[in-house]
Write a new protein. Sequence first.
Length: 299
Amino acid sequence: MFALSHPRHWKLGSLWMLVAGVGFAVMGACVKTGSQRFSSTELVFYRSMFGFITIAAMVYWQGKPLKTPMLRKQMSRACIGFIALLLFFYAIANLPLATAITLNYTSPMFLALLSPWLLNAEQPLSRRQQNTLNFCVIAGFVGVTLLLHPRWEPNSWLAGGVGLLSGMGAALAYVHVKQLGMSGEPDWRTVFYFTLVCTVASGSLMLNTQITSLQWQDLPLLLGLGISATISQLALTRAYRTGRTLTVASLAYSTIVFATLLGVIWWGEHLSWIEYMGMLLIMLSGIVSSRTSSPRQSA
């Protein structure tokens, strides 16, 4: 027990979250690069297939049981996660990388709205906490307005709305994950069913559309997509297991910083100061929402 509460492990948890932040930013960069050749459905398929093969191999080698009494909840979480992922990849393909990822990270705001109805909180929020969350939600949506307002092109508004919906979907998926965890479902089983449903659903959609023929030069990109997504997901899990929850949740927004840097370096993307203000508002709102709605940890 002492080992996980030692400050050294808190620091390791923070480092793992930074690794996850870099990984998710690289994944987004791979999606944006791959969108020039592949559809969002195809990219979701290749991303999910790599993760499914990895987790399925682990399940087989370790002889883990897949039977679950929570199959309906697992399927619900997987379907919501699939839709959110598909919307997220579409937003990345049609918006600056940092903008798309920031819109997806509005999930804590939606979570603050949904939690009182969808989660049975162990400790009800006080009036002050609820007022703080309400303020964060309003400030976050002001940030969304600032982030999208400078872009009047209809396609940008459509992609922005899709990115916002991906944030809502991510919040709903998180609620399901939380409910599954409270019911005793292990993380690996939830990841298994999620990657399975995403692979089957995206593969089925691909059969009804024109499939892009693979070329050898596509393999590094698709492998980079799968590897970065898998590593970042594993690092995220390790970060929350070994680090302080509030610190790790705050550092999750490092993904936006790394994505901004990648956007500038790879595509020469430059956002206006108004857009940066919007990103900052969304980040601060998400951090405060996470800290307000999470139980306090003892030192």
